[in-house]
Design a protein around this ligand. Structure first.
Ligand code: CP
Ligand code: NVA
Length: 307
């Protein structure tokens, strides 16, 4: 057990912009092969708890920790006592005796916070119903690779005010850019997230209900699923009806800057939030974005574990 507080990676709003830059720079240096060849996490184990499905998060963390010399251990609730009612706190205490870090993808944010409170090793948020910070680190890395510094630029979020939208709000404040949120009124990000953004000195978060206005002159257009993993499936038809006008198609992309990029965390629901023409088109950077999960997360792992 370690005696000092572990370096958790829970949400972007908990960090200064300078610290997030440090983590992002690590990811960039790892991608460029400037660091990491000496297997800096040799002998370290990462437990990964998945209470929801995943392709990118699972594979990129698993490959990432291996590339850094460490070992992943994947835990599905159905195969652990967590799935039979062992508390999150007790699971945190026990796992901390075996592994050096824990990544969790879960439903309620409270579970993530409970895990972090009782773990004596770093805890990483691999998505909750409320946020998805690892994805945003990859997204900022991708934006900057394609279009240079994100500071002062304009990003238009089109669609559901979900966990990705909330993390974009955090990112706008911390990386100091303008985020325009084009969401139906009933599907805005939580009020406390928007109030938090208003109280920050960095960035600018504006709700722009008219999706065409939101996209006008934007440097980046971004969207995500209309029905997320934490949403009630019975509510799908209402969501589809509300979100239909926010679909990112070629006509909408044309309102953005001519060199605007299109981003999506994936998985995409083609023909719903985005058309084939856009996601497969020349402005789409979604495959680079998916690749960058690997590099950004290696930066996060190193930052959490090398302190
Ligand atoms: N973007 C993302 O987190 O994808 P997965 O659900 O496949 O991990
Ligand atoms: N908003 C989506 C993101 C998936 C990576 C979900 O939570 O299902």
């Amino acid at each position: 057990m370690t005696s000092k507080s572990p370096r958790h990676f829970l949400d972007l709003d908990r960090f200064t912009g300078a610290t997030l830059r440090e983590v992002l720079d690590l990811g960039r240096a790892l991608k460029a092969g400037e660091v990491g060849a000496d297997k800096p996490l040799a002998g370290k184990a990462l437990a990964m708890i998945f209470e929801k499905p995943s392709t990118r998060t699972r594979v990129s963390f698993e490959v990432g920790i291996r590339q850094l010399g460490g070992e992943p251990i994947v835990l599905e609730p159905s195969g652990t006592q967590l799935g039979r009612g062992e508390t999150v706190a007790d699971t945190a205490r026990v796992l901390s005796r075996y592994v050096d870090a824990i990544m969790i993808r879960t439903t309620k944010e409270e579970k993530l916070l409970e895990l972090a409170e009782y773990a004596s090793v770093p805890v990483i948020n691999g998505l909750t119903d409320r946020t998805h910070p690892c994805q945003l680190m990859a997204d900022v890395l991708t934006f900057e690779e394609h279009r240079g510094p994100i500071t002062g630029r304009v990003v238009a979020w089109c669609g559901d005010g979900n966990n990705m939208a909330a993390s974009w709000v955090h990112a706008a404040a911390r990386f100091d850019f303008e985020l325009r949120l084009a969401t139906p009124e009933a599907l805005r990000p939580p009020a406390d997230v928007l109030e938090w953004a208003e109280a920050q000195s960095g960035g600018r978060v504006v709700v722009v209900p008219d999706v065409e206005k939101a996209v006008e002159g934007a440097d980046c257009v971004v969207t995500d699923a209309w029905v997320s993993m934490g949403d009630d499936i019975g509510d799908s038809i209402r969501r589809h009806n509300l979100l239909k006008p926010y679909q990112v198609d070629a006509r909408l992309m044309d309102k953005a800057k001519p060199d605007a990029i299109f981003m999506h965390c994936l998985p995409a629901h083609r023909g719903e939030e985005v058309t084939d023409e856009v996601i497969d088109g020349p402005q789409s950077v979604v495959w680079d974005e998916a690749e960058n999960r690997l590099h950004a997360q290696k930066g996060i792992l190193l930052w959490c574990l090398e302190s």
